[in-house]
Write a protein that binds this ligand. Structure first.
Ligand code: ZN
Length: 354
């Protein structure tokens, strides 16, 4: 039996799949095909495939083998091939033809047998703060946490992680991105994820239930109201709208909904707003101030999950905190990255979301 099959046959792998599925079903941890998980020994790693959903981990084979020794060597030498893991899948070990996650290199450098990476909304709400490093030090130091300022996923992020981690580092708060936890077992790693989420979650004040007041005619233009109260509430909160106009918060929003959100002018007809929003670069979340938030009627499950995520993150933002946003260059880098185009393609294919 080769090292990949041996790893797949361990109880630890079954545990990883169970834990992955549980986290994948929690929209406050994972949205759509975001987040990933891995199991490794000294030479081999199994990591979630790009574009697949963690929630499917128990019912579908979504884990891809990676030659860890070769990938680590490439990362050390700064080999551009290490930017995505595709070149490190051992021949004959990937009958499904899946590509390893675009965040495979993160799993390779974070040196724990199990690594879980989630887009925990409480963590994102902290990771957007200009003082995120300080908050992480204050609230998570005893968990062995490190803060890594925003870096594009792939080789650059792996190098940034490598620079700040030591043997005691068990938690990574990734700026404008999310959370990673490393441990000996999937159960321990999940406990860390839950502990961090609990410590970073603010007490949510009772929010009035926002009801969208958007015209029926949205459907005529191929759009519909987003039916998630926390996202609808964005349209009724002028302070939050001001913050949303400042730019994109985190990568998966850009990938699935375009950069930032489009805010319609007061009294602007829906049709005109949609025409302006869908000019390049396309924005697929349109806010009508005081009325509601709209998205394309044929939005994929991943787009719907990302629309909900924005409301869930916004609900957890400290109203006083200064925020860091992705720059226009960060957005362009994500939208023009082949590995992300592949993930977008999977999202548009009929199998996506199934
Ligand atoms: Zn991520």
């Amino acid at each position: 039996m080769n090292p990949y099959q041996s790893l797949r046959n361990t109880p630890a792998f079954a545990d990883l799949c169970r834990t992955s599925a549980r986290l994948g079903r929690d929209p406050l941890q994972v949205q759509g095909p975001g987040g990933n998980a891995s199991l490794k020994d000294d030479t081999a790693m199994l990591v979630k495939a790009s574009g697949t959903w963690l929630s499917d981990a128990e019912t579908e084979d979504i884990m891809v083998p990676v030659d860890l020794r070769r990938l680590r060597k490439a990362l050390k030498s700064g080999d551009p091939e290490a930017d995505n893991g595709a070149a490190f899948v051992p021949e004959g070990e990937n009958p499904g033809g899946l590509r390893p996650s675009i965040e495979t290199s993160v799993h390779a450098v974070f040196d724990w047998p199990v690594v879980l990476h989630t887009h925990c909304v409480a963590t994102i709400a902290t990771a957007l703060r200009a003082d995120a490093g300080q908050v992480v030090a204050e609230r998570l130091a005893d968990l062995g946490a490190a803060f890594v300022p925003y870096t594009k996923p792939g080789l650059a992020l792996a190098q940034a992680i490598d620079a700040v981690t030591g043997p005691e580092t068990r938690v990574l708060v990734l700026g404008n991105h999310g959370l990673a936890a490393g441990a000996e077992t999937a159960g321990e790693a999940e406990r860390l994820v839950r502990e961090v989420a609990g410590r970073l979650a603010p007490a949510l004040c009772g929010q009035e239930r926002a009801v969208p007041d958007l015209p029926q005619s949205l459907g005529d233009h191929g759009w519909r109201a987003v039916d998630h109260p926390a996202t609808t509430a964005l349209a009724f909160d002028p302070g939050m709208l001001g913050r949303l106009r400042g730019g994109s918060f985190y990568p998966d929003h850009v990938i699935f909904l375009g950069p930032g959100v489009f805010v319609a002018d007061p009294g602007e007809p829906a049709e005109a707003a949609f025409a302006r929003a869908t000019a390049e670069p396309q924005q697929k979340l349109v806010v009508f101030p005081g009325r509601g938030v709209a998205m394309p009627a044929d939005a994929s499950p991943a787009m719907q999950a990302m629309a909900r995520c924005l409301g869930d993150v916004a609900q957890r933002l400290d109203p006083e905190a200064a925020l860091t946003r992705l720059t226009a260059e960060d957005e362009a880098e994500l939208l023009n990255w082949d590995a992300e185009k592949y993930r977008q393609t999977l999202d548009r294919s009929p199998a996506a979301g199934a």
